[in-house]
Design a binder for this molecule. Structure first.
Ligand SMILES: [Fe+2]
Length: 300
């Protein structure tokens, strides 16, 4: 059973910009560098959850999920194999680099690399935010959520639900926009998928959640002051109630910075459908800024 979003890895020629962007704008803690020079960032007691590796172009490298334990990861890996997708078990070096006890990895039908990890390293040193903020809402809810544009929405929906075990939270149907949202813990969604009219595969955004609305406001001021593009204006999502805005990171992906996300109780939750993604605000701008691509071309 996948329990939470554990970590995210990106490759980027601008990876070193994160040494300042992470702490100064997002309030993350710089957690040293990986063996390849990657900038590691921390937002709670976990060793690191966001890693920006050096790379020739901006691309999402891997999406890491926490599974209860090795047996749990093996069970999910078996279902992925039965679906017809090759699964590999990571070697000691890769596990040490991710700071987990172990992980299996595979590429989903759209080509995204997912890692099923267990035993994420935590450190006793207190989390020390890069700027004065209330802190991030993580714990059993994990890093936050990711939103992916998949090549086939129906196939993606089937794969994430039936193979990986994500639970439907709701669907947004707003004209040509159709998005499926899934929970695996109390966070309303840890994953959402959509399909672009071009059927192009892309990493649409990462959301991280702070504990106070003022922290969102401060981040918004910082983006304006530093002329960091705000790709979606301040607003509130209809389904998870998140009050947030989206910024364009130095590595070409959008980051949603939010507060006030809804908790769901899986036993009581009834999936629903919304006609709009947001109750107010969230106006898209900077349409010229494209979404992040995959590290390698999709397998088909
Ligand atoms: Fe989001």
């Amino acid at each position: 059973m996948i329990k939470s979003l554990a970590y995210l890895g990106v490759r980027s020629p601008n990876y070193l910009e994160w040494e300042r962007f992470g702490p100064e704008v997002l309030g993350l803690q710089l957690a040293g560098h990986g063996p390849d020079g990657a900038v590691r960032l921390r937002l709670d007691e976990a060793a690191h959850r966001i890693t920006i590796h050096p790379g020739e172009r901006n691309a999402v490298a891997y999406i890491g999920w926490s599974v209860q334990d090795e047996a749990g990861a093996a069970a999910v890996a078996e279902r992925v194999t039965a679906y017809g997708i090759d699964v590999s078990r990571a070697g000691a070096e890769e596990c040490a680099e991710r700071k987990v006890e172990g992980f299996y990895w595979f590429k989903d039908p759209s080509g995204f690399r997912h890692e099923l990890s267990w035993g994420q390293f935590h450190t006793v040193a207190a989390f020390h935010p890069g700027r004065a903020i209330s802190g991030f809402r993580t714990a059993e809810q994990g890093l936050g959520h990711v939103v992916l544009a998949v090549n086939d929405l129906e196939e993606g929906d089937r794969f994430y639900r039936e193979v990986l075990g994500f639970h439907p939270s709701d669907i947004v149907r707003d004209g040509p926009l159709v998005a499926h949202f899934y929970h695996i813990n109390g966070r309303h969604h840890s994953l959402a998928i959509s399909a672009l009219p071009t059927r192009e595969v892309a990493f649409l955004h990462l959301m991280i959640e702070v504990n106070a609305l003022d922290d969102v406001g401060t981040a918004h001021d910082l983006c304006e002051r530093r002329e960091i593009p705000i790709t979606t204006t301040l607003g509130k999502h209809s389904n998870d109630h998140m009050v947030s805005f989206y910024m364009y990171t130095p590595s070409g992906f959008r980051l949603e910075y939010g507060w006030g996300g809804l908790d769901v109780d899986h036993d009581l939750w009834m999936p629903r459908t919304y006609d709009k993604p947001s109750s107010w605000g969230h106006r898209r701008q900077h349409a010229e800024l494209t979404a992040l691509k995959l590290d390698e071309a999709p397998p088909r």
